[in-house]
Design a protein around this ligand. Structure first.
Ligand code: C2O
Length: 509
């Protein structure tokens, strides 16, 4: 297997992704950061140097990290942060994951400020691309404010706009780091394709809050992958991608030669207040054919997209069928969780808007991690122990686990499970009422929206040792505590050979 080595230097910089200058946190001076591209089975070695004043980590979203849970990059869960001025080497293999994903900081809300990049994993022997071309498109919402300041406003008793719990509303967005805010930026991310070919577009929502609706003018798309699961090809005109989800779609350059917009629209249903000036649609340009220089007329920015006759509709994710997918194994263990959010105060909590899973609201531990604490590697004074704020479900032996989840909140939450994919066994309105699961060919993925006032049953095989968070990927909600941890096979994780310097870094975090 090939070893691929990268150097990441993380630092604060000013940037103007959509024409408006803002404070950013970036890797190697780039937004988005470097794309990592590999074959499954390859070893990846990433030396991360932290030049920011605060600790950081890098998480490899969707990867399994079998036997290397301590390289998962979840701050306060699988490691302490990399202290300011120090480095850490992540060294692991792409064990079985094939598809499109991304990496991002997993410390506070740092990735909101720019620490994100694409991660593309090809099949083992895929040396020649399967399609005529392959292109990652990172779609994200964008805030002009600096995320720690926005988070403070979100947490003030009065809330950011006078209503506690209203999430900060973005100012716009980007496609591969380029956006257009009002008239302040007229540059577009653009690609030149050849006519009469088939391209694979890998759509990744690297944003922090809202879903993005993606479409290409005059073209239909065919969905072939969702979160690393190959799916039966499904034709759509547009698709909505929640935060942290990924889809691969095929684009056929079979229209009249020329140039076309592709569009990434912010889901405004999630907006909690009016943000005047917000740029709700971000555009890029696809051009092909003899007319290579043609650029869509910017004056046409408000024209509705046009579609071929008889075009299909938007993607309904419940229509996705895994390619060759069969039934999931029967469950042998089940856990029940509720999701809620409310203004709360109490001995363990500051008075502020908080998220709850069951009755706990996650707060990251200082100077240790759940994993290190489990291994008895606390800091010098031994003071760090798992606090009440840590909801940890321990699974002592290999089980097929059903997580039954009632979303009692009035918001939709894109939940993500680290370390494995889950099968979606049941979803529906209201609380879980029992009833049969549909186990013919359940879809398997790692990030799923649990809509307001609905329930789901998510099934996975708990055979991958370590501490795995399950959390809402909306950065404001995770910071407010919407996270719990699975402690899978603790007797196996106790044998991990964790580099001593990672444990020592806790003292300087
Ligand atoms: Cu994309 Cu917990 O992460």
């Amino acid at each position: 297997p090939t070893t691929r080595t990268y150097d990441f230097v993380v630092e604060e910089r000013m940037g103007t992704p959509d024409g408006v200058q803002k404070r950013m946190l970036v890797v190697n001076g780039q937004y988005p950061g470097p794309t990592i591209e590999a074959n499954t089975g390859d070893r990846i070695v990433v030396n991360v140097t932290n030049k920011m004043p605060n600790s950081t980590t890098i998480h490899w979203h969707g990867l399994y990290q079998r036997g290397t849970n301590y390289y998962d990059g979840s701050m306060a869960i699988t490691q302490c942060g990399i202290p300011s001025g120090e480095s850490m080497v992540y060294n692991f293999t792409f064990d079985g994951y094939v598809g499109s994903t991304w990496w991002h900081s997993h410390a506070g809300t740092q990735y909101t400020d720019g620490i994100t990049g694409a991660l593309i994993v090809h099949a083992k022997n895929e040396s020649v691309p399967t399609y005529d071309g392959d292109l990652a498109l990172q779609l994200a919402d964008l805030y002009h404010g600096f995320s720690p300041e926005l988070l403070n406003l979100y947490f003030t008793p009065g809330g950011i706009d006078g209503t506690p719990g209203n999430e900060p509303v973005p100012d716009g967005g980007t496609i591969n780091g380029v956006g257009q805010y009002g008239s302040s930026n007229t540059s577009f991310f653009n690609v030149t394709l050849e006519p009469n070919k088939t391209y694979r577009l890998r759509l990744i929502n690297t944003g922090s809050f809202v879903g993005m609706q993606f479409s290409v003018d005059n073209h239909t798309l065919e969905v072939i992958e969702a979160d690393g699961t190959a799916v039966e090809p499904f034709a759509v005109s547009s698709l909505s991608i929640a935060v942290a989800q990924r889809y691969s779609v095929l684009l056929r350059t079979n229209q009249t030669a020329g140039a076309y917009w592709f569009r990434s629209a912010l889901d405004q249903d999630a907006f909690t207040y009016d943000n005047p000036g917000v740029q709700t649609e971000i555009r890029g340009i696809i051009r092909y054919g003899v007319d290579n220089d043609t650029v869509p007329d910017v004056a046409l920015l408000d024209n509705p997209p046009s579609l071929p006759d008889g075009a299909p509709g938007d993607l309904d994710t419940t229509d996705l069928v895994p390619a060759g997918g069969g039934p999931a194994p029967n469950s042998t263990f089940s856990v029940y969780f509720t999701i809620s959010m409310q203004y709360a105060s109490g001995p363990n909590y500051l008075s502020r808007f908080l998220s709850f899973i069951n009755s706990t609201s996650w707060e990251p531990l200082q100077k240790t991690s759940s994993l290190f604490s489990h291994l008895g590697n606390n800091t010098a004074d031994g003071s760090a122990t798992l606090a009440d704020s840590q909801l940890v479900t321990t699974i002592d032996e290999v089980h097929v686990v059903d997580m039954i989840i009632d979303n009692l909140d009035d918001g939709d939450h894109p939940f993500h499970l680290h370390g494995q994919k889950f099968w979606i066994m049941q979803s529906g309105a209201g609380r879980y009422q029992g009833g049969a699961v549909d186990n013919r060919h359940p879809m398997q993925r790692d990030t799923l929206v649990i809509p307001a006032y609905t329930h789901v049953i998510l099934r996975f095989v708990a055979d991958n040792p370590g501490f795995w968070p399950f959390h809402c990927h909306i950065q404001w909600h995770m910071a407010a505590g919407l996270l719990f941890q699975l402690n899978v096979l603790p007797s196996e994780s106790a044998k991990f050979d964790i580099p001593q310097y990672m444990i020592d870094q806790c003292q300087r975090e």
